[in-house]
Design a protein around this ligand. Structure first.
Ligand code: ACO
Length: 380
């Protein structure tokens, strides 16, 4: 029997210069920079520039990216129409998948043959910036529509994070909240060959286009074993209700062999490198909104689960309650992950395109031995 690496666990599929995950030292580097340093000092726009171009921008480069991003923030009428056609009961990830597909169809209209789809490096960078700029409007309008509220146009005087909150809530948030949101966007932006990024790279490897790669990645991210976990964490918090109920709830959940969402990771076995930074942002929000009950529930569930299973929280564990405190609906959490991760996906699309090889693994056949249709006469 061939040695099969189920789930490709431990398989090194290619090289990448975008980010480095080191589970031994519990570190995550974007283009060489520790992610917690970037989250503490940079804007989401500057980190996007870094992931796409390999270096942090100087003042002029950042100003240019910000101007382009602002120019593409508004929700296009045809994309809005696609969102409006989506049933209100649909999961927002399905809505976003359709909206990005519509955006791609519009941007690529007139491209002609599929042979031209993969685009030049310059075209793909422009497409990446357009997606980064457009996704906040798509996510924000989705939440507003589900709440029966109207679209809010973007504000040119606000940076990416503050404008994202503005378009979602029609409010200017305290800098403490904007900073926590900006940090979450940076922490979610990139994480090497995770399932959705690998999906994007597989699609890119066929010389398909960047939008198709992102649509596929959105589908992969929707699953609760990946991005869907931040939403699932809040469902668990809602089920438990109060820190005093944690022990009984956990006893029951483990007796029923339930997976506790927001815990565990394929690569990190001793704790997710992004958690301390996101937990610090959550602590700030807990103090700002005066919600010691959230802290009690968070720490009790964490300590009880770690003590029993030795499995540590991943980024979705602190980000779920943080987005809840900011006022986002639970269903919007995974779409927020999309808006952030589109930067990493598109950086990988460009890297894959630059040194492409079709991704096409082999499989070991375990089906029936060769057999034949009764009465079939081979005429060849
Ligand atoms: N709750 C309960 N048990 C768990 C959990 C969990 N969250 N995570 C792992 N385990 C257990 C498994 O049941 C399994 O036990 P067993 O050997 O007795 O059968 C063992 O630990 C190994 O788990 P696997 O799922 O096989 O390990 P893998 O490396 O494939 O898992 C994964 C990684 C999928 C993330 C897993 O930990 C999980 O399902 N976590 C919950 C979902 C989640 O939070 N996903 C977010 C990922 S990070 C991100 O996208 C930002």
């Amino acid at each position: 029997m061939t040695d099969i690496k189920k789930g490709l666990a431990g398989v090194v599929a290619d090289v990448t210069a975008v980010s480095k995950v080191n589970p031994e030292t519990n570190s995550l580097l974007y283009r060489g920079y520790p992610v917690h340093e970037l989250a503490a000092t940079q804007s989401a726009e500057a980190v996007a520039y870094l992931l796409w171009n390999g270096e942090l921008p100087d003042a002029a480069q950042l100003a240019e990216l910000r101007a382009t991003e602002r120019a593409h923030r508004a929700l296009a009428d045809d994309v809005k129409a696609v969102i409006d056609l989506t049933p209100l009961g649909a999961h927002p990830m399905d809505e976003i998948r359709s909206a990005v597909s519509a955006l791609g169809a519009r941007d690529l209209a007139g491209t002609g043959s599929v042979l031209d789809a993969s685009g030049t490096p310059e075209q793909n960078l422009e497409r990446s910036i357009r997606l980064f700029a457009a996704l906040p409007a798509i996510v924000a309008y989705g939440q507003r529509r589900r709440r029966g509220q109207d679209l809010i146009p973007p504000r040119d005087d606000l940076d990416y994070a503050a404008n994202f909150l503005w378009m979602t809530f029609g409010e200017e948030f305290d800098p403490v909240v904007v900073d926590a949101f900006n940090r979450s966007m940076i922490l979610y932006a990139e994480h090497s060959f995770n399932a959705s990024t690998f999906t994007a790279r597989v699609i890119t490897s066929t010389l398909s286009d960047l939008y198709s790669a992102v649509v596929g990645a959105i589908g992969a991210l929707k699953g609760p074993l990946h991005g869907g976990a931040n939403e699932a964490v809040l469902h668990i918090f809602d089920e438990i209700g109060d820190a005093d109920n944690v022990v009984a709830w956990l006893d029951d959940a483990l007796a029923h062999k339930r997976k506790i969402m927001g815990f565990g990771h394929r690569v990190y076995k001793h704790g997710d490198s992004r958690v301390p930074t996101m937990k610090a942002a959550l602590d700030t929000l807990i103090a700002y909104y005066d919600r010691p009950d959230v802290e009690a529930l968070y720490t009790t569930l964490e300590s009880e689960f770690v003590a029993r299973k030795g499995i540590y929280p991943n980024l979705d564990y602190p980000s779920g309650p943080a987005y809840n405190l900011m006022g986002f609906d639970t269903l919007t959490f995974t779409p927020l992950f999309v808006a952030a991760r589109v930067v990493g996906w598109t950086a990988h699309v460009m890297e894959q395109t630059a040194a492409n090889a079709l991704i096409r693994p082999l499989s070991e056949y375990v089906g029936p031995d060769e057999r034949h249709i009764d009465g079939f006469v081979d005429e060849v």
